[in-house]
Design a protein around this ligand. Structure first.
Ligand code: 7RM
Length: 635
């Protein structure tokens, strides 16, 4: 029996049990039946979380691009692999078939090879969301080189740190990028970064905006010219199962970014299998994940997961607000998108706008709605469900991390009954554990603790580039023999998981543990509130008290602030209890966010604690300007 596609709840439980009782047999069967290998493995799994060491499919040989491209050519050669939707809706969309993808990736691989890129070399890719980004990452994989994609919204400083950490000798970038009505001088950012990167020998530049840019002789070359003259076939380099596929940086709670290293075979198997089931992807569906490829969500669910299934995946260059707030819905209608995967921050932003933007578009193609990146609050969940899904499309609230490579806790749509704010059940093969503060596992239901995973899954990151000790210390020392996620979670009476937020966001008030997410949910329920963030600050009697930063909707702007403060606390009292009432409420015009949409609470904590002399690195913020504004208006 094939366990590749789960279609009903009984089957989920049955396959889950099998995957946990005998993980090796289970994953071996999936790997055997659904992928192409140059050589099969000698051993399915070898692991020791205390070292930590994790190896899946050791001894196997493959090339991931043969799985994502070549094997589809006989049956799906003319099928669209990638739909490119440009920033400007007046520019025509491109439909790139599997045949064309093969040719473009091979050309790019030949160009990279001509520039000295070999198996194991690191290649930095700093590109906007254009087809060349997909071609470049897959070309690296074809050569067996390790791609290190840096989100093209990061500053030159963040870029140079990452280039040097991985010792990349080559950078692929573009003249500029479009972001709504603006264009950004990407090449200028690269030039500045490279002042700090003496080892970079070549910069390959895609022409996108046509902006006038400086080209450094001997170092910089236009890619289009090289690609035009490159050969359209390239024999895939065979790599070992455990050879690194890519490095992707994720910010640590302090200090340098961590270069998470993902391996080839396990990552491929797990992203493909989760993609198929979590989105119930069927042949000829059109899948759209709105993340940037510069984040793990884009790596796993725009490129590798979909292409390994021979799917059609949308690559969107634009932003949700350009040319107006109906862009997402327009693109869904235009390309008849069947599965749509986005972040709660985007949903909340669009929910503030006139409903007309949604209602004027035909969204009847939609079958599954996804959410990722942070807890989705009830109000956003209902707005998404009612207005986008028309109560017809299940919402999959998918919990996972850069480190996990693929989706870990999630409903399976049309299989798992959903409950707002619950990521529901562990995916096949995932063994979560909730731990108390003494390091004991909390068994049974109706418990709350720190979320760990007690058994390896194929796509767990294998190390931090150049710093295995930090990898061990960050993830494997807090709880013996467990991978520690850094998140808190509860398991309810039926065994559903709800992620309560980063455990560093837990605030102890008068000895009570309070998670920030439920309080923020409660505040966000207020009709005048758009978004909010709660942090703790020192308090004489309570130990900590709560400080709320609240962003109002348009309709809230004219309201009396004191009355609003009372109503918000009333709302919290009603939904959670008086213990969670806020001592201070500051109305703000925006919240400091990372470029992936996460509220940077570290900064808000400092502001609330009146400790603003050293705010640390704010360069990775999307909106650094709000920080000073918030400081100036502290209550
Ligand atoms: C995929 C991604 C990871 C952190 C993670 C959580 C939070 C992500 C959810 C979520 C609640 C979710 N990778 N997170 N998804 N919290 N519900 N569905 O976002 O490395 O950038 O972030 O994001 O705190 O630990 S990430």
């Amino acid at each position: 029996m094939s366990n590749y596609h789960i279609k009903h709840l009984e089957e989920y439980f049955q396959v889950y049990r099998k995957s946990v009782r005998n993980p090796e047999a289970f994953w071996e069967e999936i790997a055997e039946e659904h992928f192409v290998w140059r050589k099969k493995w000698d051993k399915v799994l070898e692991w020791d979380f205390s070292k930590p060491e994790i190896k899946w499919f050791e001894g196997a040989q493959l090339n991931i691009t043969e799985n994502c491209i070549d094997r589809h050519l006989p049956t799906r050669g003319n099928k669209t692999a990638i739909i490119f939707e440009p920033n400007n809706p007046k520019e025509e969309a491109q439909h790139i078939s599997y045949h064309q993808l093969h040719e473009q990736v091979c050309k790019m691989a030949n160009v990279l090879k001509d520039h000295g890129v070999k198996k194991g070399d690191r290649v930095c890719i700093y590109l906007p969301m254009i087809p060349e980004l997909a071609f470049a990452m897959l070309a690296c994989a074809r050569i067996g080189a390790i791609h290190s994609i840096v989100f093209a919204g990061f500053s030159s400083n963040a870029l140079s740190t990452r280039i040097n950490d991985a010792d990349c000798k080559i950078v692929i970038t573009s003249d500029g990028s479009y972001r709504g009505a603006k264009s950004i001088d990407l090449k200028g950012i690269v030039d500045k970064a490279l002042e700090e990167c003496p080892n970079v020998q070549s910069v390959l530049v895609v022409k996108r905006t046509g902006a006038e840019i400086a080209m450094k002789p001997g170092r910089d070359k236009w890619l289009s010219h090289l690609l035009d003259n490159a050969y359209g076939d390239f024999v895939a380099e065979i790599v070992d199962a455990e050879d690194p596929l890519f490095i992707l940086y994720t910010s640590g709670s302090t200090g340098r970014p961590k270069g998470m290293v993902h391996s080839t075979a396990g990552y491929m198997v797990y992203t493909a299998y989760t993609f198929k089931n979590v989105f119930q992807y069927r042949e000829n569906d059109v899948f759209w994940c709105t993340a940037d490829i510069g984040w793990i969500t884009g790596h796993s669910y725009i490129i590798y997961g979909p292409l390994a299934n021979g799917a059609t995946t949308v690559l969107f260059e634009g932003v949700p607000s350009y040319p107006d707030h109906g862009r997402f819905w327009e693109v869904i209608e235009k390309h008849k998108v069947n599965q749509f995967y986005t972040a709660p921050t985007a949903i909340r932003a669009l929910a503030k706008e006139n409903l007309d933007f949604v209602e004027k578009h035909d969204l009847s193609s939609l079958k599954v709605l996804g959410s990722v990146g942070e807890p989705i609050n009830e109000e956003a969940w209902h707005w998404y469900n009612n207005n986008v899904g028309k109560n017809q499309s299940p919402i999959v609230d998918t919990w996972w991390q850069t480190e996990t490579g693929g989706i870990m806790i999630t409903p399976i749509p049309y299989v798992t009954p959903t409950t707002p704010t619950f990521a529901t059940l562990p995916f096949i093969g995932i063994q979560p554990a909730l731990m108390d503060e003494h390091g004991n596992e909390l068994k049974g239901n109706q418990v709350e603790g720190r979320l760990c995973i007690k058994f390896p899954w194929p796509s767990i990151a294998r190390t931090i580039w150049g710093d295995h000790d930090r990898y061990r210390d960050t993830y494997f020392t807090a709880y013996k023999d467990q991978y520690f996620t850094g998140d808190g979670a509860l398991r309810d009476a039926v065994g559903y998981y709800r992620i309560t937020g980063r455990v560093d966001d837990v605030i102890i008030v008068s000895g009570h543990n309070l998670g920030t997410a439920p309080i923020e949910d409660a505040i966000n329920e207020h009709p005048a509130v758009a978004e909010s963030a709660i942090v703790g600050f020192p308090h004489d009697v309570k130990g900590n008290a709560l400080y709320g930063f609240v962003m109002l909707k348009e309709i809230g702007e004219s309201r009396d602030r004191e009355n609003l403060r009372k109503e918000i606390n009333q709302q919290i009292t009603e939904l959670i209890g008086p213990i969670a009432k806020l001592d201070k409420i500051q109305f703000v015009s925006g919240l400091p966010k990372t470029r992936s949409g996460k509220i940077m609470r570290r900064i808000l904590r400092k502001i609330a604690s009146n400790d603003v002399s050293n705010l640390g690195d704010t360069s990775t913020l999307l909106n650094p300007e709000v920080v000073q504004e918030i400081i100036d208006q502290v209550v």
